[in-house]
Unconditional design. Sequence first.
Length: 395
Amino acid sequence: MKKVIKNIAQMMHQSDPRACFAIEFWDGDAIRFGNFPQVTLRLKTKSCARKIIRKGFLGFGESYVKGDLEIENDLLKLFRLGFSIDFDEYRLSFWQKFRLLILSLLNSDTLRQAQKNISYHYDKGDEFYALYLDKTMTYSCAYFVKPDDSLEQAQLNKYEHIARKLLLKPNESLLDIGCGWGGMLIYAARKYGITGVGITLSKNQFQYANRKIKELGLQNQLKVLYQDYRELDDKFDKIVSIGMMEHVGKRFIPTFIQKVSDLLKTSGLGLLHTIGKDTPSIDDPWTFSYIFPGAYIPTLHEIVQEMGKTGFSILDVENLRLHYAKTLEKWAENFEGNIEKIRKLFDGAFVRQWRLFLNSTAAGFMYGDLRLFQILFSKGLDNTLPVTRTHVYQE
């Protein structure tokens, strides 16, 4: 068992000979690369090592949350080394793949299950999310126009970036599918004078967003509904969906794209802001078991193919991968800065769970196969649209 772990460590070192790290075993044995390790992985039990070998990152995550392994110093450096390895020798077994399939079927985003899946992650309390998000309570990839932009400024940049792509105008109707705490709608109403509807399956977000709308005196322009996208029946000039496509599920991608088409007026513009991948790969079983049940990361091909079938004209695709890596790093910094408050709200296991989630996802964007796509599309052809991107990037 130790031999397998040491072989993996050797592979990590070969992928980056300059990396300084150490792995310490339950019996006092250790393997070190470099004189001053930047990160140390401490396996406290033999069963922990067995679980990692047998279950991969799923076993790693379970062991870390349980406290059977410890990580000293920089989590991101450890994940960077992990992403650099070709794990062909350590692929999931048939039974592990079968387990993931059953889990996927049980958590499939049907009308009944979708609300449970969203509530599981997003209804942990506004107090918790306020401890690591910015003042806009935005829980999606920010857009860093300048390297020193604050997290709040970068989120406002993101809203402006989307508003420009959508060519928002006063009195236009905007639908936000999966509107979160209402940040995009509020920004668009205050700056561009739109009227808007947001939908969410999180009771916390629903209550918070409507309360915020009332506080700002925007109730004549905006409303947020506690509703599934499949139950909505109206027409809108513009549609945006930020960070919601990941929760649709592979089975319901065609349903989602078709529903967007049904809700969008002819010649209307839509923007889909979603985590995605360039090519198919095995999803992270730990994250989809313990953080985002029912989630699925689509490939760009899967999305674009369904848009083409529906008759959408794709106008622009932008990859904001590094922006999301930086967003997650800032969330992780805020999380660590409020660690004692979070521990009091939950417990030590929850702290380790969320720490692993934030850092492993940041590494996934920085070094792995995660992407953040913004896909702009129109319903049918519109020859009056701008033929350059000047309106998006001008000062």
